[in-house]
Write a protein that binds this ligand. Structure first.
Ligand SMILES: [Ca+2]
Ligand SMILES: [Ca+2]
Ligand SMILES: [Ca+2]
Ligand SMILES: [Ca+2]
Length: 239
């Protein structure tokens, strides 16, 4: 069974999940080597489309004259989704840091005096493997993670030599156990599967983030998550 170009991707994905139990979520994987450098312009950032779970950027920046390259990108966090982490997964310069800024607008206005200066921090080798989101939020006291619904833009800026960096952005939707983008009664059976047949659940929804059903934050969907899940199901308005 193969996807045909004419089918709406979303509907096709849902159909496939139903029939062959495979999650087709395609996260953004922006690799500059194949897709080109992220935009150099804050007023026209590269638009990324988050998918549930892990999304990745593999990129480089430089402040060297003829190689000047800064990176602007933006994305919309859909309603009821959360961005729970921005992990620096690699950074090649052992001796220097690189600026990363965030604004809560779809375009990025550079300059510290503007009212949209939402947060910033600096990437370094010492921070590889760490989540940058808490520092981005704490810098100007504007937020504590996770980030919720809305448009956000980012600026990676370097005034010195070229370096590579990569980021992992993890998006979740609490209660969406089958990762179809909706929290409803269709999530009950997958939740029961996750409890009683975790291998089956993992095979059915390999890209569905555990945080969607891990209400107590112990790293797995378990019996200690039942009460919170039931409360969530009971809160759903039946039309
Ligand atoms: Ca770049
Ligand atoms: Ca660029
Ligand atoms: Ca769901
Ligand atoms: Ca749990």
């Amino acid at each position: 069974m193969h996807a045909s170009a004419g089918l709406p991707a979303r509907g096709f994905a849902i159909a496939l999940v139903a029939f062959i139990s495979v999650s087709l979520a395609v996260a953004f994987e922006w690799n500059e080597q194949s897709l080109g450098s992220l935009s150099d312009f804050g007023w026209q950032p590269t638009v990324l489309e988050p998918e549930m779970g892990d999304n990745n950027i593999y990129a480089s920046v430089s402040g060297e004259n003829e190689l000047t390259d800064s990176d602007f990108f933006t994305f919309l966090i859909p309603e009821d989704w959360e961005l729970i982490s921005i992990t620096l997964t690699s950074f090649t310069d052992p001796n220097d840091t690189t600026f990363i800024g965030i604004e809560d607008t779809p375009v990025y206005f550079t300059g510290q005096g503007n009212p949209y200066y939402y947060g910033f921090t600096f990437m370094s080798q010492a921070l590889v493997g760490q989540d940058l989101l808490p520092a981005l939020g704490a810098s100007n006291g504007n937020f504590t993670p996770p980030l919720g619904y809305g448009a956000y833009s980012f600026w990676i800026n370097e005034s010195s030599t070229a370096r590579n960096y990569s980021l992992n952005l993890r998006f979740i939707m609490v209660g969406d156990i089958n990762c179809d983008g909706v929290v409803d009664f269709a999530d009950i059976n997958p939740f029961v599967d996750a409890l009683t047949n975790p291998d089956v659940y993992a095979a059915m929804y390999p890209d569905c983030p555990v945080e969607n059903g891990d209400f107590d934050g112990d790293g797995q969907i378990g019996f200690s998550d039942i009460n919170a899940f039931v409360d969530l199901m009971l809160s759903i308005q039946v039309e």
